[in-house]
Structures are given as C-alpha cells and as structure tokens.
Design a protein around this ligand. Sequence first.
Ligand SMILES: C[S@@+](CC[C@H](N)C(=O)[O-])C[C@H]1O[C@@H](n2cnc3c(N)ncnc32)[C@H](O)[C@@H]1O
Length: 236
Amino acid sequence: MNIWEDRKAVEQYKREADVAIPDRREILSIISRLATDDAPESPMIADLGGGFGDLTAAILEHRPMANVELIDLSKEMMRLSRSRFKGDPRVRMEVHDLNLGLPDAWDDGSFDSIASCQVLHYIEPENRVRLYKDIWSKLKDGAMFINGDLFKCDSPAIDRWEFDDRIRWLMPRMRSDAGEGMTFEELKASRLEFRKRMGEKPGTVWQLNEDLRRAGFRHVDLLWKKQCFAILAAIK
Ligand SMILES: C[S@@+](CC[C@H](N)C(=O)[O-])C[C@H]1O[C@@H](n2cnc3c(N)ncnc32)[C@H](O)[C@@H]1O
C-alpha cells in the first residue's frame, strides 16, 4: 500500500511538518511568491503533490485571483484537500501519479507556473526527466517551475555529517510522541526508519540541475538551502 494512504502516516506528517522541516513557512512563502510575482493577474498554477493543500493555500494568499490545479497520488491527502477547499472555484483537485508524468488533459503551454513542495524525491529516479519534460511542455514560454524538496549531498561523508547535524537540530524540537526523551542514537535510528518507510529517494541539487536542463529548461537557479532542504527554480 502507498504509505500516503495510511491515515496515521499522513497525521504524523501533518503534525510534524512545521517542526521537522526548517523554516517550512518561509519555504512555502518563497515558492508561492516565485510562482505568482511575475505572473498575470489571474494566473493558472499547478501544485504537484499538493497533499493537504498548504502550498495551494499560500499561493492563494499571495494571489487571491489565481487558479490552482492540485494533484496528488494519495486519496487520503485528497480527502483533506477537498474538505479544505470545498466550494472554492479557484482550486481543482485530482488524484494523479506523477510517475506517469502530468495529466494528458492539461494543455501544452497553459500554465503560468508549476510548483511543488517536498514531493519529487518520492518519484522514481528513472521517471524524473520525463516528468520534467512534461512540466516544460505544460508551461508557457518563459514561465517558471519551482521545486522545494529534500536533497542528499553528493559526498556520502558530507551526507552522513549533514544527517547527524540535522538530528542534533531536531532533538530539542521533537514533541514527546515523536522523540522527546530519545538519545541521539535512538532519534537517528527512528528518523532513518521513517525515511525508509516513506520511500524517500532524494537526489542531489546538481542532478536536478542537470535533469532540468536535459528536459529543456533554459535557466536553473538555487534560491534557498538549509540542511537537506532546498528550493530550485527553472525557466522555460
Ligand atoms: C511530504 S508530502 C508534501 C505535501 C505538500 N506538498 C506539502 O508541502 O505539505 C508528500 C506528498 O507527495 C505525494 N506523492 C508521493 N508520491 C507521489 C506520486 N507518485 N504522485 C503524486 N503525488 C505523490 C504524497 O501523497 C504526499 O501528499
């Protein structure tokens, strides 16, 4: 079963996201501002793997006239989103597997921006360039794809150091149900198990840069990075 159909796993992510992801509200704000600041007044925007809708909500806060297509593989996540945006004509929601690329029903060249937050490291690496090519096709000329995601370091030694450093950062932040009272080694083992259970397959920011250029993007920039989290933006 897809782990994101498990109500407990979704609840855990919902409870922990703002605690375990550094500056998550800033990440959502940067992505939504990038997606809207240069867009027309009533832009068409896609939120890939939108989950329970935090990025879509941030986009609509920055640009109340935006229309958002929110897609996600998980029916459980979609249930939360449907109840959150019930009756809001600006948000269209659809269950969709990004491993298959983007929905065929979306017209080429129809999006003012496409954004995603903490999702694409779940996509099978062999499917990523195809997905980026689809994203490129669905964007208008000169429009932007923004990906805030989890990344690994290129060097295994630096990656191990960064993971340990993240555990040290996390220790005082976790609440009792999620790790308070655990030793460093216990918390590390629990986070490693969580990563495995969730099926995380992060690549490096350098790989993403290469893949986006292979997919046709003209410019790729790294906008923000903290620990293993980063935001990259690419222009068609
Ligand atoms: C960590 S959550 C992030 C949710 C949301 N973007 C946020 O920032 O709060 C990861 C999301 O990716 C979705 N996801 C994972 N694999 C997917 C796939 N193959 N296609 C579409 N969505 C997927 C999950 O269902 C989940 O909602």
